[in-house]
Ligand binder design. Structure first.
Ligand code: ZN
Ligand code: ZN
Ligand code: ZN
Length: 373
């Protein structure tokens, strides 16, 4: 799992853009407007910083993709891996970028827009084109990036393996007497050491802080007897990792061990439910049922999982009511937890991909409650 994977080529990006334009047409849309962010990276390999200067990729079936870009950023855009598959349409300071973009939309129709497009840019277009309407891209095409090809799966597997190496190493550090933020810094530097280019989160939730799933890491000094939720991830070669394990400083109590056992069984049940044709909600139900049967249902306070790819959180979501069927190549987390307010929390999380024969995990470190010092 070492070495740098071969980069995606202009042909790869051309194929992604064609598929996106086709999917948009099938969904009844006139086209897609893609702003700087994960959709643009996925479709073109171009990753500018989003600013007040408008950048939009305009995709419509049967037409060449056009990237509207500020003149001063055009040289960078021209160097993106997907640039040979794009027509660049630049605009200079002082020009109205919305007037430059408007003719590409034909003045009417309904367009899918990247979730993270800035409001000022969409409002600027609406001013120019009062007869167009817009829908959030993940609402219109939630599965646009959800099914990964073999080379994306290779990257996600490598990111998972790197996160696993970071976990193996963090078990060797000192916990008791150090602050959560110290352990979080250890986790961040381990992710970078094992090839991540970006660290997205390093949760260290010790004792009562572990009962708050959104707690990242703070000044609390870790004590003997603490349960500690560790949840960390980021990007390696442009694809995400995200894994959780819960550890204990010294020997756990019977109750702590029991709660951990319940979460571990729930996580296993969730992974076992992954197969083509099952739905996202089936995965959530399988994990939740184990926790509810053990009497902790009210303490499992979030969805069971989320997709992962060029970002660490994206569709599909493993949640009640999501009837999207699982398709080979989808990748998502399975991460049930139990959170006992004021006391402690437990979460166990692996990234799983759907294969023809069931789920395959990209995280493979032991899931037993690890004892740390
Ligand atoms: Zn304890
Ligand atoms: Zn996580
Ligand atoms: Zn997650």
């Amino acid at each position: 799992m070492s070495g740098t994977p071969a980069p995606f080529t202009a042909d790869d990006y051309r194929a992604r853009m064609e598929r996106a334009a086709r999917s948009a047409a099938e969904a009844g849309l006139s086209g897609l407007l893609v702003a700087p962010g994960p959709d643009l990276v996925y479709l073109t390999g171009y990753q500018p910083v989003a600013t007040e200067r408008l950048t939009f990729l305009v995709l419509a079936e049967g037409r060449d993709p056009v990237l509207v870009v500020p003149t001063l950023e055009a040289p960078d855009a021209a160097h993106a891996a997907g640039a040979p598959a794009l027509t660049l349409r630049d605009w200079t300071d002082g020009q109205d970028p919305y007037a430059v973009t408007a003719p590409l939309l034909d003045g009417k129709g309904r367009f899918g827009v990247s979730d993270n497009a800035w409001a000022m840019h969409l409002l600027g277009l609406q001013r120019q084109l009062p007869d167009t309407s817009y829908v959030a891209l993940t609402e219109a095409l939630p599965m646009l990036r959800a099914v990964k090809d073999a080379r994306e799966l290779e990257r996600l597997a490598a990111a998972g393996a790197a996160a696993d190496e970071a976990y193996d190493e963090i078990l060797k550090v000192r916990f008791a007497g150090r602050r959560e933020s110290d352990v979080a810094a250890d986790l961040a530097s381990l992710l970078l050491r094992f090839g991540h280019s970006q660290v997205d989160f390093t949760v260290v939730g010790s004792g009562p802080n572990g009962a708050n799933p959104h707690h990242e890491a703070g000044d609390r000094t870790i004590e003997r007897g603490d349960m500690i939720v560790l949840d960390f991830g980021g990007l390696k070669h442009g694809y995400g990792s995200d894994t959780s394990r819960t550890v204990h400083v010294g020997e756990p109590s019977d109750e702590e061990q029991h709660v951990h056992n319940v979460v571990r069984a729930a996580q296993q049940a969730g992974c076992d439910a992954v197969r083509p044709g099952a739905t996202c909600q089936d995965v959530d139900r399988a994990a939740r049922k184990v926790i509810a049967s053990a009497g902790y249902g009210e303490y499992f306070i979030h969805r069971t999982g989320h997709g992962i790819g060029v970002t660490t959180h994206e569709p599909p979501y493993m949640i009640e009511g999501e009837e999207q069927p699982l398709v080979p190549g989808m990748c998502f987390s399975v991460e049930p937890g139990i959170y006992l307010p004021g006391r402690f929390g437990v979460r166990i999380e692996d990234i799983v991909t759907v294969t023809e024969s069931g789920g395959r995990r990209f995280n493979n470190t032991p899931r037993e409650l690890a004892i740390v010092d």
